[in-house]
Structures are given as structure tokens and as C-alpha cells.
Design a protein around this ligand. Structure first.
Ligand code: P70
Length: 461
């Protein structure tokens, strides 16, 4: 029995407002799934029972954040809430300059356009879909420099998100440091399973890049979750606060892009934060073209206030322990049932290993897409494909990328679902697991040009 563990992550809040969930019948779900072309992104939220599609913009705001919404200063220029957000970013992340954006990809667009010249290379600890696309649109080429363990769902490594310095060095030797404007370091690494990077590795990357004149840009979207893993797994940090760990992490970088929709507990918002004045100036120039004036970046004043307050709450120890504790709770239950998942369990989600779950399907029969569809059919639980569909095609050859990881992500919004919802989720996965041998694959019948996973359509083989 897991009595002591359960207590340790009990939610550090009580529920003040509730939103009813709708139950659906298998018949309803079968119809909804066919209408959605077997793509969970195309389901109507109304047809979903427990929504584990993403932790992005789906978290519950606190009463403190909602109160802040009423204090929105909706002036076009120089909103009070912009300055509050700037102060929060400086206090908790430690960067000097702030450019608000409507969400993470807005920041990725700006930094990519400023720093990437055609024919350059951008190393990173595994790709992320939107990040890599913005790098490619700017004329750069993404190069994966994550450690090998990250590509193996079963490899136990406490910091599977680490950068492999040998891979980075090989790239520098091959193309020359002057062809590498920056390295992107995701903390944590979403596509690897929410895996963290160690402080030691961040320091090494910093030292190496400084020597070669390469900037370090973090994707800080889930940096607070990364800080929690440093605290609990890395020697020397057990007694350091999450806030102090976060700030130390960021001190080893020049800038970060951020989707506030994750760690920062808001439904919309993001930012680019930097230390270099010149790059900041250019970013401020660009933001007015694509997002909005540099003191709102596509956000309402109230959105910026909610994000400023969300940042403050995100680093609270009780919050982050419960947040990751909930994910670990589900992971432990699934492991006990023998369900193949990515280990160690990451920060924001459980990742089912679809290749091991459905070994009779070829990768081109879309095992992860299939599994996500079956889980929905079984239970009304919505998850997300993170495999060959998400990986897309090689721009030069036009072939599918065949990623080693073929995963289904059960992503947990922050402060939204209860332990009973977690139990129902485990039961639903177990039911699909029990009938896994009879599950047939899918074929793609519509493929969009960019970020195809969002809108692609499939049919049963
Ligand atoms: C998810 C969301 C967003 C995200 C991220 C990391 C590590 C940047 C962003 C972009 C939403 C999503 C995005 C693309 C495909 C599927 C889902 N991740 N970096 O669910 O931020 O969405 O605010 O523009 O995880 O993982 P934004």
C-alpha cells in the first residue's frame, strides 16, 4: 500500500468552483472518433470525459490569479501588469529583459528569426515540434544532441534530458562554431517524456558554449518541473528551494523562450526573456510586427497579471510536489500492472510506449495514433500521439521521420483532476492493455503541410 506516498503529495488546495464532466456512451465515442478521423486533436471537447490531451493552457487558476484578472490594466501602452510580469520574470527566472508573447511559439518565432541565418545549425536536446519548425522556417537545421538514453523508453537515467557534450562537440568540429548561432536546451524535454536536465549538465553546456562563442537559449516551458527533479535527484540540492534552483538553472543561459501555459498556470501567455540588450532591442522591434506592442505582446493586461501571479505560485514547494506527485502516482500504478511506459516517469505526463504496447503494428500503421484512439473509444479519455505523426517529414527528402519513440502522452493539467480521476485513467489503460492483441492499425488519409499531427485524418486498416 502506498499510504505514506499518497499523503505526501495531497493537493495543497481545496476546490471552490467545479465544472461538470460529461459521460458518453461507447456508441457516441465511436461516432465522434470517426468524425474526428481518429485524431484526438479533432475531437470536440464536449465529447471528452477526462481530458489528458495536454497540460497546455488547461490548468486551474487560483483565487489569487482570478483576483488579479480584475486588476487588468487594459491600457494599450505601459500597462501596470506588464511591469508586474517583468518583475516576476526578473525575480524568479533572473533574466534582465522581457518580451511578452501570446504563447511559446510566438517567442520561438522571434528568437529564430533574429538569430538564425540560412545554412546554420541549431543543436538541441531532442526536437520539439513548434521549435524545430520555427528554426527551419528561418533557414536553420535542427541537430539532435540529447544523450542516447533519451531515445530508449526503458533506459533508467535520472536526467534523460541531458545534452551529450560529445555529440555537440562533433557538430562544432563538423560545421564550425560560427555556423551555430545557439543551442536550444529544453528543461524538461517534452518529447523524451518530460525528462529533466541536471544542473551539472547545464553548467557543462554553458562552459562549453562560452568557450566556442555559442549562445545558450532555454526552452523554459517546464523549467520549474525540471527544478523539482534537480531538488529530488541531484546531489547537493535537497535543501535548496525550487525558486533558488530555477534561478541558478537560468543563470547558465543567455535567454529563454517560455510557454506560460504550462508551469506558469495560465490559460494563455508566453514570453521571450533575454540578457543581451542588442538582441532584446531587435526582439522588441519584431514583436510589434507579429504579436503586439512590446508591453503586451498579444496579451490582455489581465492575462499578464495572471501569468505574473502564476509564476509566483509555480515555484511554491507544496504546489510542485503535488503536481509531479500526481503524475508519479499514475506511473507507479501502471508499472505495477506491467503496462509499458517511459521510465523514469517525467514531470507533466505519463508516456505509454506504443511500440511495446502494440508490437504487432508496424510504425507506418501509426501505433501511437491507434492507441490514443482506442483509449478514447474505451473510456472517453483523451490523450495525444507523440510518435511518427508528430515527427513529420524530413524537409529535404520528403520521407517520414521514423522516431525511435512512438508514444502516447497522458498529460496532466495542473490542479484540475483528482486522485479518483487518476484511478479511472489507470483502469481504462488496463482495459485497453487487456485487449491489445486484437487492435488494428490506421492509415493516413489526409496530411496537412505543417505540424501535421494537429489536423491529419486517418481510417482503420
Ligand atoms: C504541449 C504543448 C507546447 C510547447 C512545449 C515546449 C517544450 C514549446 C511549446 C510551444 C502544446 C503543443 C504544441 C505543439 C504540439 C502539440 C502540443 N506544448 N516548447 O501540449 O508553446 O503551445 O505555448 O506555443 O511543450 O506539449 P505554445
Amino acid at each position: 500500500m502506498e499510504t505514506p506516498k499518497r499523503r505526501s503529495w495531497a493537493e495543497p488546495y481545496k476546490i471552490k468552483v467545479v465544472e461538470p464532466l460529461k459521460m458518453t456512451s461507447r456508441e457516441d465515442r465511436k461516432r465522434a472518433l470517426e468524425e474526428a478521423g481518429y485524431n484526438t486533436f479533432l475531437l470536440k471537447s464536449e465529447d471528452v470525459y477526462i481530458d489528458l490531451l495536454t497540460d497546455s493552457g488547461t490548468s486551474a487558476m487560483s483565487d489569487y490569479q482570478w483576483a488579479g484578472m480584475m486588476l487588468g490594466d487594459e491600457a494599450y501602452a505601459g500597462s501596470r501588469n506588464y511591469y508586474n510580469l517583468e518583475r516576476a520574470v526578473q525575480t524568479y527566472y533572473g533574466y534582465k529583459y522581457l518580451v511578452p508573447t501570446h504563447q511559446g511559439r510566438g517567442a520561438e518565432h522571434i528568437i529564430s528569426q533574429i538569430l538564425i541565418k540560412p545554412g546554420t545549425y541549431i543543436p538541441g536536446n531532442m526536437y520539439f515540434t513548434t521549435t524545430r519548425l520555427h528554426q527551419e522556417l528561418a533557414g536553420g537545421k535542427f541537430v539532435d544532441v540529447i544523450i542516447d538514453e533519451a531515445h530508449d523508453p526503458a533506459a533508467e537515467h535520472p536526467f534523460k534530458g541531458n545534452v551529450d557534450l560529445n555529440k555537440l562537440d562533433a557538430l562544432v568540429k563538423k560545421v564550425g562554431a560560427d555556423k551555430i548561432p545557439y543551442i536550444t536546451v529544453g528543461v524538461t524535454v517534452n518529447m523524451a517524456g518530460g525528462q529533466p536536465v541536471s544542473m551539472a549538465n547545464l553548467k557543462e553546456v554553458r562552459a562549453y558554449c562560452q568557450k566556442h562563442g555559442i549562445r545558450v537559449v532555454y526552452d523554459a516551458t517546464r523549467a520549474v518541473e525540471n527544478a523539482y527533479f534537480i531538488k529530488t535527484r541531484e546531489k547537493g540540492y535537497a535543501d535548496t528551494s525550487i525558486a533558488a534552483i530555477l534561478k541558478e538553472m537560468c543563470s547558465y543561459s543567455d535567454a529563454c523562450t517560455m510557454s506560460g501555459k504550462k508551469d506558469a498556470l495560465v490559460n494563455i501567455g508566453g514570453f521571450l526573456a533575454l540578457n543581451e540588450w542588442d538582441v532584446f532591442e531587435e526582439a522588441r522591434n519584431m514583436v510589434v510586427v507579429y504579436e503586439g506592442l512590446h508591453t503586451y505582446g498579444g496579451l490582455a493586461g489581465r492575462d499578464m497579471e495572471a501569468m505574473a501571479r502564476g509564476i509566483e505560485e509555480s515555484v511554491q514547494e507544496d504546489h510542485i510536489r503535488a503536481r509531479i506527485g500526481q503524475v508519479e502516482y499514475v506511473g507507479e500504478k501502471l508499472l505495477a500492472l506491467g503496462v509499458p511506459i517511459v521510465v523514469p516517469v517525467g514531470g507533466h505526463a505519463i508516456f505509454l510506449d506504443a511500440k511495446a504496447f502494440l508490437p504487432h503494428l508496424k510504425q507506418i500503421e501509426f501505433p501511437a495514433q491507434t492507441l490514443a484512439a482506442e483509449l478514447y473509444l474505451e473510456s472517453g479519455i483523451r490523450s495525444m500521439e507523440r510518435g511518427i505523426v508528430s515527427a513529420g517529414r524530413n524537409k529535404e527528402t520528403g520521407d517520414h521521420y521514423y522516431p525511435k519513440l512512438e508514444l502516447v502522452r497522458l498529460t496532466f493539467p495542473r490542479r484540475v483532476y483528482t486522485q479518483a480521476h487518476c484511478d479511472v485513467t489507470v483502469e481504462a489503460v488496463a482495459e485497453v492493455f487487456a485487449r491489445r492483441n486484437s487492435i488494428k492499425g490506421l492509415k493516413m488519409v489526409y496530411e496537412p503541410k505543417y505540424l501535421r499531427f494537429f489536423q491529419a485524418r486517418f481510417e482503420k486498416i
